[in-house]
Design a binder for this molecule. Sequence first.
Ligand SMILES: Cc1cc2nc3c(=O)[nH]c(=O)nc-3n(C[C@H](O)[C@H](O)[C@H](O)COP(=O)(O)OP(=O)(O)OC[C@H]3O[C@@H](n4cnc5c(N)ncnc54)[C@H](O)[C@@H]3O)c2cc1C
Length: 461
Amino acid sequence: MSLPDAPLSLRQLSKAGLCIGCGACVGTQALPGASMALDAFGQFKPIGPAGFERARSTALARLCPFSPTATNEDELAAARFPAAPARDNRLGRLEAAYVGAVAEAPYRQQGSSGGMVSWVAAELLRRGLVDGVAHVSPSEGDMFFRYGISRTPESVLAGAKSRYYPVELSGVLKQIREVPGRYAIVGVPCFIKAVHLARAQEPVLAERIAYTLGLFCGHMKSARLVESFAWQMDTLADAVARPEFRLKGPERPANWYTAQLTLKDGTVRQKDWWHLGDGDWGAGFFQNSACNFCDDVVAETADISFGDAWVEPYSSDWRGTNVVVVRSPVLRELVEHAIGTGRLELKLAGADYVANTQAAGFRQRREGLAYRLTWRRRGIKPRKRVTPSRDLPFQRKLIYRLRYAISAWSHRLFYLARRQHAPALYIGWAHAALRLYHGLAYGRGRIGALARALRLTRGDG
Ligand SMILES: Cc1cc2nc3c(=O)[nH]c(=O)nc-3n(C[C@H](O)[C@H](O)[C@H](O)COP(=O)(O)OP(=O)(O)OC[C@H]3O[C@@H](n4cnc5c(N)ncnc54)[C@H](O)[C@@H]3O)c2cc1C
């Protein structure tokens, strides 16, 4: 049930750490005169005329995906998929779920995982179901990647791969309003939720945005991740022409992330995430604060959503393998037809199987969120589908506290190190924080031995 329509200001949402920087408010005029820019921590935030952030607005309260008064994921999904034959409290409503990859070349080779996102987006264009696909591609200028609209399958493919980098929707929402046609949008769960909240406010967006393609999500990273990788590969972000977050090759399993920086002088540097101080995804470095209050791992409001099959034998298969949750009957037909003709190599998977591929994500966004919701907070309170609870083992509480602290302090320490031109300040801290996290979460190293002796770890991250 939605709460009363209380107006909210951007300042209230930001002070509560709830602005993810999706840009939906700017793209829909919920914040007139505002635009999107990176803040001091390298995260997108709306900027605008003096005092604009203090103005309370009902439109903003209804539109922001982290607003406590906006329609929630269950309500959106119930309206969008009323006839879905199955419902799961982790995956949401669904027609069917699958595990596998694209058989048709070169999608799997060029994708981060099994290539399914780019294939479905391209197929929507090939079948004439949409005229354009809003997704994230490499870009020139001040940002390495940004949202744009692809109108050919080739252009969709050129944007393949996951970009753990800040992006925002305001530009593509404006383009969709200006240029008639039918569109698909690819995005992480909160972005897809924002798109549906925007569709609910603007009939033209509702009519033109015909399909939403969701990405499972661990959390959003700031732009500082690339800068930090550059420091740790003995260069500077200014020297980087093109970052890649996940290289693919027979020499490394899919879950062995390798970052690569192609520099402007043409040289290439690489490092495995394991060897980077902030390279453990689970530790939460550079995580956007709003992600602490997310309860949607798998884009429950999207017509179809995609993740990595993080279970064996797939996590070791270097080619990459998707898990896919289909919620729209039209897309189920499209996928089933392609399985039948050998273009997709997918087999049906149960809800438990798919949820298990994201076990750590669900722990953080269910048990961890329930715990975080019990913490004292100033300002507006998030409204989530998870009931606040302190009923969890002490060691789990420690891990959630530590992860929260790492994500908050990574922004501040990096800011300081950047200002002082002192990479060692941040990198030294990051390695120490990671050792502590690995000790507590996995019982590794000397801290792990101590944590085991004190019964402070169960080694499950
Ligand atoms: C920030 C982030 C966190 C993620 N966390 C998880 C997770 O915890 N668990 C999991 O299983 N999967 C996660 N994913 C999804 C995963 O990385 C793959 O994107 C997914 O499995 C699809 O792979 P693919 O080979 O089918 O896609 P590809 O064919 O490689 O296509 C990827 C598509 O996503 C678009 N895209 C890339 N980056 C972004 C972005 N930042 N925002 C919006 N669109 C983008 C591209 O433009 C392209 O259209 C995450 C993705 C992102 C961007």
